[in-house]
Design a protein. Structure first.
Length: 256
């Protein structure tokens, strides 16, 4: 079988110009010509083109690709090892750039204007999941409450965050003690903790009426990323998210 340059370009997903360039570079000369002088490629030519595209995809230069194809004794393995090492270095660099972009996005989405070092110092294990922050912004970004919460979060100083997190840690310690002791979620003790949590949100972020508090608590059960903002993974117990959610709903019913 013989194939025209246009057919080969279509098969391989390259341009006719690229095939002409490979011909001039001595990488891929067509095996035949038509009576009118047009290039005609054989099945063997297509197989060689596959090899060329493989090495080009790995980042080999035209000269390197030509050397590999021209001399079967060429140490391809060494070349591949070198390319593998370089690709890993590029991946690591791109991953660092991704992390930088994520931190920049996180600041925008969470409103927490702290350096990474300050974040670790203040928040410890409680971490903002960027994917959750982004989803939350898409889900509630239009609401006045979310907008106020973001604005107030952006205005908090490092000391504000330190105090906020200290309050949250003290509250969390009481919640865990109540859960471990088997206290009922609709009992006075745990409903009181739910009310304290609601007031904490209102004090530091946005007014949180009982119905809003219930929606927030429902999200703790539906999305582990949301609950991790309240209780870090290392302190969680099976069923703790539902326990808190039940307490919030019981407290909301009590509050009317």
């Amino acid at each position: 079988m013989s194939y025209s340059v246009g057919q080969v370009a279509g098969f391989a997903g390259v341009t006719v110009r690229t095939l002409h360039h490979y011909d001039k570079a001595g990488l891929l000369a067509p095996s035949d010509r038509s009576a009118a002088g047009y290039r005609l490629y054989s099945d063997a030519d297509l197989a060689r083109l596959q090899q060329i595209l493989f090495y080009r995809e790995l980042g080999f230069s035209l000269e390197e690709t030509g050397a590999v194809l021209a001399d079967p004794r060429d140490d391809v393995l060494d070349r591949l090892r070198s390319r593998h090492r370089l690709l890993n270095e590029q991946i690591a660099r791109l991953q660092r750039l991704v992390e930088v972009a994520e931190r920049a996005m996180e600041v925008r989405r969470t409103g927490v204007e702290l350096t990474p070092e300050e974040r670790f110092e203040v928040f410890g294990e409680v971490a903002f999941d960027l994917s959750y922050a982004t989803d939350a912004h898409l889900k509630w970004g239009h609401s006045a409450g979310h907008q106020e919460s973001m604005a107030r979060a952006a205005a908090h100083t490092k000391e504000d965050w330190r105090q906020l997190m200290a309050e949250a840690a003290a509250w969390r310690e009481q919640l865990l003690a109540a859960f471990d002791a088997g206290a009922p979620p609709d009992g006075e003790l745990v409903m009181g903790l739910a009310e304290e949590h609601r007031r904490h949100i209102g004090r530091w972020f946005t007014p949180c009426p009982p119905e809003m508090h219930c929606r927030i608590a429902d999200d703790y059960v539906a999305d582990a990323r949301a609950f991790a903002l309240v209780v870090p993974a290392s302190e969680q117990r099976p069923g703790l998210d539902r326990f808190l959610c039940a307490a919030v709903h019981a407290n909301a019913e009590r509050e009317g």
